[in-house]
Design a protein around this ligand. Structure first.
Ligand code: NAD
Length: 358
């Protein structure tokens, strides 16, 4: 029975709806530590595949595989658009991070990463912290985003990039990047969102904030003099800019007609529930900063950081997110296509150029 179940899962990989010419998929298992992991390398045309490791209590192998396939493809586009000499990959560990995470399991995962000889570089993602990455790095040098390999926690750079990208969007509409008095609603005040709110406050923006965690919300009210809105109403706040910095799929058929902001620019991954939502936003005259373009600061910090070199180059490349977005917005106006489609095209063009040069 067991053998049948396993062979069913494996025979389904190439037929999986999320399979998109992935180069390599490694199913890892370690009986002693209880590790079950999947590493998906989507594309290495630009360089080794970089993408985070997610630990999540997936209900099935198929669910974990779906995440690994989808997210690794997304990393190919994100790294290409950010101008990095890196391909796209992602890994998932099937475990509950609160109950099943052990040093032995993390080290066993590190050995799986190491077995790929540097074709895949791992980093933090949901359920895996920079401290966990230090443990993984005891088994492989191909673990990034640690203090020893670079700058540690990438979220401050993600926040800086989002702030720069948001200003680029405001500038595209107002012909000025001045945020004094611009009304912004930040949904989600976590590692990234709180710092984004701080930058906005310092730049003179008028803040409305939403979070499900009351203490964080109180801190933002006191520190930034922010107004609050219920989390489920944040998308419809009466503001100029909506900055989703919590969960994905928040821009969809139901929420888009209710948006009052003229700009959507935030950190959350996978903001569009489906690709058509990019068109729905454009048809409503809402300028959307594609998520993987604006939130690339973290991956830039992981990719570009060199021990003992400070963060000058990382910051320079993160500031350049504003230029990439301005280019996307101008091309979107010219070609009449949603910015989300333009971002995909620009990433694909870079991949195609590399193929031609090879
Ligand atoms: P986080 O877990 O630190 O913060 C998320 C915050 O959102 C928490 O404060 C949480 O209470 C709040 N939240 C959850 N559900 C909410 C809801 N329904 N309404 C309002 N608030 C809600 O995560 P993070 O690291 O700040 O990442 C935020 C988003 O940015 C995620 O989508 C993440 O995938 C994406 N992202 C993060 C990075 C990074 O460097 N951390 C990089 C790229 C993309």
């Amino acid at each position: 029975m067991n053998v049948q179940a396993k062979s069913f899962a494996v025979s389904g990989v190439f037929e999986h709806p999320e399979f998109d010419q992935h180069e390599q998929i490694l199913f890892g298992h370690d009986a002693q530590s209880g590790l079950s992991s999947i590493i998906a390398i989507h594309n290495t045309r630009l360089g080794p595949a970089l993408g985070g490791c997610r630990m999540w209590p997936y209900q099935s192998t198929n669910e974990a595989l779906e995440d690994a396939l989808r997210l690794s493809r997304g990393m190919t586009f994100k790294n290409a658009l950010a101008g990095l000499e890196l391909g796209g990959g992602k890994s998932v560990i099937i475990a509950d991070p609160r109950r099943e995470k052990t040093d032995a399991l993390l080290a066993a995962f590190g050995k799986q990463v190491h077995s790929l000889g540097g074709r895949y570089l791992t980093a933090e993602d949901v359920g895996i912290s920079s401290i966990d990455m230090e443990v993984i790095s005891t088994a492989t040098p191909f673990a990034k985003g640690t203090q020893s390999t670079g700058l540690g926690d990438p979220s401050p750079y993600t926040a800086l990039g989002v702030f720069c990208g948001l200003k680029a969007a405001v500038s595209h509409i107002n012909d000025s990047a001045d945020l004094q008095g611009v009304r912004v609603c930040v949904q989600g005040l976590g590692h990234v969102g709180y710092r984004v709110a701080q930058y906005l406050h310092e730049a003179g923006a008028d803040l409305t904030v939403a979070d499900i965690h009351q203490p964080t919300l109180q801190r933002a009210i006191q520190t930034f003099g922010a107004k609050t809105i219920a989390p489920e109403e944040a998308h419809s706040a009466d503001v100029d800019v909506f900055a989703p910095c919590a969960l994905g799929a928040g821009l969809n058929r139901k929420t888009i007609p209710e948006i009052r902001a003229s700009i959507v620019a935030g950190a959350a991954n996978n903001q569009l529930a489906d690709q058509q939502d990019g068109r729905r936003l454009k048809d409503r005259g809402i300028l959307y900063a594609p998520d993987y373009a604006i939130n690339a600061g973290g991956v830039i910090s992981i990719a570009m950081a060199r021990p003992d070199e400070g963060d000058h180059e990382v910051r320079r490349r993160t500031f350049a997110i504003a230029d990439t977005l301005s280019m996307i917005f101008r091309r979107s106006d010219r070609e009449g296509l949603p910015p989300s489609d333009i971002a995909d095209r620009m990433a694909q063009e870079r991949l195609d150029d590399r193929s031609k040069a090879a």
